[in-house]
Write a protein that binds this ligand. Structure first.
Ligand SMILES: Nc1nc2c(c(=O)[nH]1)N[C@H]1C(S)=C(S)[C@@H](COP(=O)(O)O)O[C@H]1N2
Ligand SMILES: [Mo]
Length: 441
């Protein structure tokens, strides 16, 4: 059968390309670059004649020399509304008002981004006491408590240790919290899932510093404390600290930004964001957890029986479709690429499946490599939309066989009293008019 894609080009799709009802097409269409589909999705070339492609050559920017390089680069002025939206209705402070804390949140606009690395200027930011303006010359982290020798490290000292560089996601466990509510909230993708980002982090393995200080064999926890005005503190199991935690000093190749913890932060790969204490100034080695504010009154999961789970530290397996999503609508019938992100706090993503009929049937999406442990993984699958109502969902499976639960499975197990660690499906309902909304199935 011949179909028109969105760009008005004919492309050939035969029956064997259909992998699930509702227009889901084989991910193999992406893998074979010779196929017309790939080219048709990627370019509008075919819609124009040769002359149009060459252009008249009279646009202003072709006639005069351009501007000089800036000291620090900026995006095109045509891109400036792709922002984290720190202010405005629905973007700040209201959800945690009851906790009497000033929470500043800036959310990553995943509807605008591709790949898996979040540009540093669009990394989400969550601060409970604002961003301190730290002079690196006056800042250090001290390791003390159950150690042979307490030691203090400033940024200059840390620069002398061998570093490691890893790409990892960071997610606030309050991300996606509106999906716990009984009725679907019309939060757009950014507001719903924007407390998640991916970066390349460079730092000194915490184990190197702990070894140097000589940790007592009886030590079980490390209490990490930040230099912000509220001294946010969290207890980290010593095994985790020795396994893969780091004191990060670079993010995406440059010194980490003030909002991310300048000049140094603790980074615990795969653990809920709150444990990665920014502006780290103290690591107290102990035999028991601190039971601090942010591991008791917040970031714990209320269960249906009124009790709360403590120390849900590792992020579960999760995914979301970023395009199409409710940050946009479908303007034409035709071929679309469904794409999104999958991640697991334990390891690598093994598989992502996509449904367009609300979970009745599933098809495997293509994963874009290299697939890294505890990092965002992008998935893609072609979809032919011919105007019928649809419900788009994705579900991720990690290398340990953990399967992302549906919302109803998660609610069955956990009730709806919770605030944190939502990791069930996100369902995007597509109407016959192409409008997309957050729905429950
Ligand atoms: N010192 C300190 N560390 C902190 C916070 C904070 O408010 N103060 N916020 C935590 C929370 S709740 C999260 S989700 C992550 C967010 O990291 P980011 O702002 O770099 O994205 O940092 C954590 N570390
Ligand atoms: Mo958080």
């Amino acid at each position: 059968m011949y179909m028109h894609n969105n760009k008005g080009k004919n492309l050939q799709i035969d029956a064997t390309d259909h992998v699930a009802p509702g227009g889901l097409l084989s991910r193999r269409l992406f893998l074979n670059s010779a196929l017309a589909t790939t080219a048709a999705l990627a370019t509008t070339r075919a819609a124009y004649g040769q002359e149009d492609m060459v252009g008249e050559g009279q646009e202003d920017w072709t006639l005069y020399p351009g501007s000089d390089a800036l000291e620090y680069g900026e995006r095109s002025r045509f891109e400036v509304d792709r922002v984290r939206r720190t202010a405005g209705p629905g973007y700040q402070n209201e959800e945690f008002a009851s906790l009497r804390t000033i929470v500043h949140r800036a959310r990553t606009p995943h509807q605008d981004l591709m790949g898996t690395i979040t540009p540093s200027g669009l990394h989400f930011e969550l601060t409970h006491h604002g961003i301190p303006d730290i002079d690196p010359e006056q800042h250090a982290v001290v390791i003390h408590g159950m150690v042979k020798q307490p030691l203090k490290y400033n940024i200059e000292a840390l620069e002398n240790y061998p570093t490691i560089t890893r790409e990892h996601f960071l997610e606030c466990s309050g991300n996606s919290l509106a999906l716990w509510s009984e009725k679907p909230q019309e939060w757009n993708l950014q507001r719903m899932h924007g407390l998640l980002s991916g970066s390349q982090w460079t730092g000194v393995p915490l184990s190197t510093l702990l070894d140097e200080c000589g940790v007592s064999p009886d030590a079980k926890w490390i209490i990490a404390e930040g230099a912000d005005s509220g001294s946010l503190s969290r207890s980290i199991p010593i095994d985790k600290a020795l396994k893969d935690s780091m004191i990060a000093i670079y993010q995406n190749g440059e010194r980490i930004r003030p909002g991310q913890g300048y000049p140094m932060r603790l980074f615990n790969p795969g653990y809920e964001g709150n444990t990665s204490v920014k502006w780290i100034r103290s690591l107290h080695v102990t035999d028991r957890p601190a039971m601090s504010r942010f591991e008791t009154s917040t970031y714990t999961d209320k269960m249906p029986d009124g009790k709360a789970l403590q120390f849900t530290l590792e992020i579960d397996v999760k995914s979301m479709i970023t395009r199409p999503s409710n940050a946009m609508s479908l303007k034409k019938h035709g071929l679309y690429e469904i794409t999104g992100l999958a991640w697991s706090g334990k390891g690598k993503i093994d598989r992502v499946e996509v449904s367009v009929d609300g979970g009745k049937t599933w098809a495997e999406a293509a994963l874009e490599g290299p697939i890294q442990s505890i990092m965002l993984t992008r998935f893609r699958i072609p979809w032919l939309w011919q105007g019928e109502p649809a419900i788009l969902q994705s579900r991720a499976i990690d290398e340990f066989g953990r399967v992302q639960p549906s919302r109803s499975e998660l609610v069955e197990a956990r009730g709806t009293k919770g605030t944190y660690h939502y990791h069930g499906y996100q369902s995007w309902g597509v109407g016959t008019n192409g409008k997309i909304s957050n729905v429950y199935t």
